[in-house]
Design a binder for this molecule. Structure first.
Ligand SMILES: Nc1ncnc2c1ncn2[C@@H]1O[C@H](COP(=O)(O)OP(=O)(O)OP(=O)(O)O)[C@@H](O)[C@H]1O
Ligand SMILES: [Mg+2]
Length: 441
């Protein structure tokens, strides 16, 4: 028995010298091309955007051509990714970024914020490489032009892949760094070229403090899921990163903050890293994406696993098998329960896997990859998956446990309904105030 326990633990541990595997760029373009039908009119259903803290004339791009992007970048966006038109947050944010403004940008989950910062940064980097004046940027080992910080390793990988996709054949190098990635090999990746570096706060702080990432050439600092990064868990790391000797101060860099939620308590930390003239680009809503049809089911605590299984089994029966079921992400509040729920479902004939902070990094990434590639229909997750993760054709989110707060609810259910209608089911013990508030929207 002891032998078995040890070997299971070992299997869960991230292997020595772990190196994450990103998907090939052709796979990424193909994934977008398959979604082209939904992409075509996605912008028509995006939230409207208003601009605050800016008095001048506002430009909203109707077409990509208006941004005068570099040719290869434009090809990657329009022809290879099938992004026909800029989404509303992109139409509003990109002109400000290209005009060198700092921005704080709030758009609903799935509204295209990743492209809103990656596209103008890649364009600026391409133009800076061609410049002949003081704006000229020459690639140098481990000295990024832009650093993009995100709160989880899986989100770093996803933003990294998107950056690689937009930058394909442009000559711009993209690198990533995050915990559990073998540190020596990770350092080598950064030395091989990192015009854009996508990072978690911990690993980035480590590399910057010892001088293995040099910040002297840095022009852009991006915080994706900015409110999470400026909240208590990560704030010290962010302060340490921007406070490291030689880090360009806010007047000398462009700082871009993005999230679907900006609670009041993070605003002063945001103001500390932004220039006073930063523009606020916002949908003025701290609410779930309108594309999600929200449902609430009263379930007693002890009956949750059975109810979860019943919902999924009856769906499988209705559609003619688990392979035809909607792809479903199940959120729970503890790491143990995410493993337990996946096991419970598997034992009852529903292919499921789990992702949580206790699993080895290889197993975390494998679980997400199996879910993305339709190998399993159900992923049981903790909040490690609540923010930013974009899985195509993820149609249903189930909150088996009620989330800790309203913002977490918005992000969790926001994993669906991103480019098409999505559905969420939340188990509750009673119709409390938070539930009533969400039902109004
Ligand atoms: N201009 C566009 N046209 C069509 N589809 C787009 C466009 N821009 C982005 N998308 C698609 O929209 C989806 C959501 O984009 P993204 O992940 O950037 O959302 P987000 O706003 O960052 O969401 P979250 O708040 O959950 O992080 C992706 O599948 C992406 O491919
Ligand atoms: Mg995002």
């Amino acid at each position: 028995m002891l032998q078995k326990v040890i070997s299971e633990e070992e299997q869960e541990r991230t292997p020595y010298k772990y190196v994450p595997q990103a998907r090939n760029v052709d796979v990424l373009f193909y994934e977008d091309q398959k979604s082209a039908g939904n992409y075509a009119d996605v912008v028509d259903h995006d939230d409207d955007i208003v601009i605050e803290n800016f008095d001048g004339p506002v430009i909203r791009m109707q077409k990509w051509e208006e941004a005068e992007l570099e040719t290869q970048l434009l090809i990657n966006i329009k022809e290879r990714s099938k992004y026909g038109r800029p989404r509303k947050i992109q139409a509003a944010a990109i002109p400000f970024i290209l005009d060198q403004f700092d921005i704080k940008s709030q758009g609903e989950t799935g509204s295209g914020k990743t492209g809103a910062f990656l596209i103008p940064i890649i364009d600026c980097c391409m133009k800076a490489k061609k410049a002949t004046n003081e704006d000229r940027f020459e690639s140098e080992a481990a000295a990024p032009y832009a650093v993009i910080i995100a709160p989880t390793r899986e989100l770093v990988m996803q933003v990294y892949e998107q950056a690689v996709k937009f930058a394909a054949d442009t000559g711009i190098n993209i690198a990533k760094c995050y915990g559990k990635y073998d540190i020596g090999i990770n350092h080598r990746e950064i030395c091989d070229g990192c015009d854009l570096l996508v990072a978690t706060p911990g690993r980035l702080k480590q590399f910057i403090t010892v001088g293995e990432v040099r910040v002297k050439k840095l022009k852009f600092l991006v915080l994706d899921e900015a409110d999470r990064l400026l909240d208590s868990d990560f704030l010290d790391d962010i302060k340490n990163i921007v406070g490291v000797a030689g880090f360009p101060d806010k007047e000398k860099r462009q700082t871009l903050l993005f999230s679907a939620t900006f609670p009041a308590h993070v605003m002063s930390a945001a103001d500390e890293i932004l220039k006073p003239c930063a523009v606020f680009i916002t949908n003025r809503r701290n609410n779930p994406n309108k594309r999600i049809k929200q449902d609430f089911v009263i379930v007693e605590n002890q009956g949750k696993l059975d109810k979860l299984c019943e919902i999924l089994k009856s769906e499988a029966e209705k559609v003619g098998g688990t392979d035809k079921m909607r792809r479903t992400l199940v959120f729970v509040n503890t790491k143990r329960m995410s493993d337990l729920a996946a096991l419970f479902l598997c034992q009852r004939g529903i292919p499921a896997t789990s992702i949580n902070g206790d699993r080895g990094q290889h197993l975390r990434e494998q679980a997400l990859s199996e879910f993305r590639s339709h190998k399993v229909a159900v992923l049981c997750a903790t909040d490690v998956c609540a923010r930013g993760i974009d899985v195509k054709e993820l149609d249903h989110v189930i909150n088996m446990d009620f989330p800790a707060d309203a913002d977490t609810y918005i992000h969790r259910i926001g994993r669906t309904g991103r480019i098409a209608q999505g559905y969420s089911t939340t188990f509750i013990e009673e119709f409390g105030e938070m539930v009533k508030q969400f039902l109004k929207h």
